[in-house]
Design a protein around this ligand. Structure first.
Ligand code: ATP
Ligand code: MG
Length: 436
């Protein structure tokens, strides 16, 4: 039997799971502050949804989907991205009759049959947001602002925002023509995929990763020169809102998103650390999507952020985000008091504290070692005397100071200490935020 996890997948062990959970919790909190509600959609959908919603010229649909027939002969596909499923739910659940805009966030695993590389897996996680029902540039700008807040809360910097506008179907026709005129004489030396893109969607030739094709993008005509008045005005407003919020950006006229349903604003957050897989987050406006799959006109804008790439970036920047919390207390015991230690730990943990105690009948020395390794804030040795007097010495490991306290007071003392540490940390954070 093959005991290796399938190629492109990986086991997530406690240390990484802890970091992910912290990251996801922070994201959920930021979404909540911006008024988004969580959505969870099925892991698989009818294949047709992705073909229509992502676009049959996209790499995802052409090469990367996990598609299978179920026992009822239906063609189903493991979701390669979130937006199509969320848009399907929007239509199916009648969210167009909800008060607009409808603001949703998700945290879901995605599946793409890709070549494994650092930061590129076959199962990976995305955190994402969608705003349905607003065609206004404020929505685009607020999504970007939200990502800036999230990165800030993580303590992450050095991720650069790149933006572009890819126009609307009206102004894109002229641009497509300009691209075809530019690429036509060079086409014979370009890759097979680009031949197909040339026919179906020349915009995507700008996104080709083949060295020669990639080098041609540099000189290609820019969509920005072909924007219609409405698209231009929209883009100018997005840029001015970003400037107003003091969010720096680079204008990147070659930036296109891999998915076909994007219109107008496209953006990416890119890191210089993760190597070739530098895009941590991609997003943009997709005013054509809901019509494509649901025959109603609802504008939308959203983004998806790759969790694995974000974790790599946090590592690269040496940010110790999401380390497991230190135990508030380690209760050391003897075989005669093990049950009392278990009981005391039980009530302290129920009160909300993180408490460790020995469950292996280990020597006192081994227990002290464990308390050190776990970096417990306090240690309490529970011997027969302590149990009979119902008092004990609470020793702080950082400075060795000791307090003789009734066991009934331990919980309150530890909760107070926790609050003190948390408020010192919060003061630090606020003073850097407001440069006090
Ligand atoms: P790329 O050009 O790197 O293939 P993409 O255009 O396919 O990216 P999107 O579909 O926009 O990416 O997905 C949004 C984000 O999800 C990416 O910016 C990236 O952080 C992450 N992501 C995409 N594919 C993978 C993957 N195979 N493994 C890990 N993360 C991924
Ligand atoms: Mg891709």
């Amino acid at each position: 039997m093959n005991l290796n996890a399938p190629r492109g997948t990986k086991d997530i062990l406690p240390e990484e799971a802890e970091r992910r959970r912290a990251l996801e919790r922070t994201f959920a909190e930021v979404c909540e502050r911006y008024g988004f509600g969580e959505i969870r959609v099925p892991t698989f959908e009818h294949t047709e949804l992705f073909v229509r919603g992502v676009g049959d010229a996209s790499d995802i649909v052409r090469k990367e989907m996990y598609t299978f027939l179920d026992k009822g002969d239906r063609s189903l596909t493991l979701r390669p991205e979130g937006t199509a499923g969320v848009a399907r739910a929007y239509i199916e659940q009648g969210m167009s009759s909800w008060p607009a805009p409808v603001k949703l966030w998700y945290n879901m695993n995605m599946f793409r049959y890709e070549k494994m590389q650092k930061g590129r897996y076959r199962e990976f996680w995305q955190l994402g947001c969608e705003i349905f029902g607003s065609a206004c540039p404020q929505a685009d700008a607020q999504l970007i602002g939200m990502l800036v807040t999230f990165f800030d809360d993580l303590g992450l910097d050095e991720v650069n925002l790149e933006i572009n506008s890819i126009g609307c179907p009206a102004c894109r026709a002229a641009y497509h023509q300009a691209l075809r005129d530019y690429y036509a004489p060079k086409l014979k030396d370009m890759c097979d995929d680009c031949h197909e893109r040339f026919e179906k969607n020349p915009l995507r030739m700008l996104d080709c990763k083949e060295a020669y094709c990639h080098s041609l993008a540099e000189e290609a005509p820019a969509q920005l020169d072909y924007l219609c008045d409405d698209c231009k005005e929209h883009f100018d407003k997005v840029k001015s809102y970003l400037s107003m919020m003091e969010i720096p950006y680079n204008l990147n006229p070659r930036l296109v998103r891999g998915l076909d349903y994007y219109t107008r604003t496209v953006f990416e957050f890119v890191s210089s650390h993760v190597g070739t897989q530098g895009t941590i987050c991609g997003g943009g406006r997709y005013d054509g999507l809901i019509r494509e799959i649901g025959n109603i006109d609802v504008p939308g804008v959203g983004f998806a952020l790759g969790v694995e790439r974000l974790l790599l970036e946090l590592d690269a920047q040496g940010i110790p985000f999401g380390k497991a919390a230190r135990p508030d207390l380690y209760i050391a015991s003897f075989p005669s008091t093990a049950a009392n230690a278990l009981d005391l730990a039980q009530s302290l943990i129920r009160s909300g504290l993180k408490v460790e105690t020995d469950v292996m009948d280990r020597s006192l020395k081994a227990q002290f070692k464990a308390a050190d390794r776990m970096e417990a804030h306090y240690v309490l040795v529970l011997g027969d005397t302590e149990v009979s007097l119902s008092r004990g010495k609470l020793r702080r490991l950082s400075d060795g100071s000791e307090q003789d306290v009734p066991l009934t007071a331990v919980g309150t003392l530890l909760h107070d200490y926790r609050k003190k540490l948390a408020s010192a940390k919060e003061n630090d954070r606020q003073s850097t935020l407001f440069k006090l």
